[in-house]
Design a protein around this ligand. Sequence first.
Ligand code: SF4
Length: 293
Amino acid sequence: MIKPQPLVYNGDMKIIRSKYAGACYGVERALSLVDDAACHTDAVVHTLGPLIHNPQVVSELRGRGVEEAATVDEIDSGVVVIRSHGVEPSIIKQAHEKGLTVVDATCPHVSKAHEAAWSLREQGYLVMVVGELGHPEVEGIHAYAGDNAIVVQDPSDIPEHLESSKVGIVVQTTQAASVLEAIIEALRQRGIEPRVRNTICFATKQRQQAAVELAKKADVMVIVGGRNSGNTTRLAQLCQEVCPKTYHIERPTELSKDWFEGASLVGITAGASTPENQIIAVERALAALENQT
Ligand code: SF4
């Protein structure tokens, strides 16, 4: 658990970190599994896609000899790490068939979403995967949900004609609860009562709720994390709704002093793929900005 860390500096501006911010259990576990693999084998360690959606971490791993491959076809030998987003089962099978050592860093919460999708499909439901089209986690869940499963990002994605009114819902772990609620409501308005397996993970809920709570009080919100990170981007969107001066940055050098003019309370939060050292770097840079006034 990350405790609130109020930081008060010279001047009137107070900087507070959200109660829950930064790297989640699944990301820390994936980083530690890659670390173990890199330390305990002479074989080349590959991650299937960037290990996490954080450009600085990916670049550090590259510096330590961990290579990134887009597909199993690109790997001839060694270790392949399945990242926390998980993959479709055929990819793990392919890696085993090629004789690769598979380190499965799929987050257990994502595995639960796989199981939920599989179970709904087995029970004869038409599965709706609520999530971001094309996101690797969603593609993995989709594979378990079956060929006729549908990915919906918002109510307008629900097709006019559904093959069945027996609809089961499974959710990308990092989705906002409001998106899920809107989709359930849209189905109800069509007379469909879906069977919902809410697989939004606890870490996501905690980060979103704590961020919005802080954003309601803050004059400015700074969201730290990869622009390619879905959960970080969603944090920024949620904060923006209640704090218009919300900025999503990857690095401290992106901070601009004029964003904070007249601000007395600045909130900081970070996505589940943002390591602690990156949050601290932004906090320090903010303090230094304030000290320059
Ligand atoms: S956000 Fe949740 S599901 Fe995703 S890796 Fe972290 S703990 Fe796992």
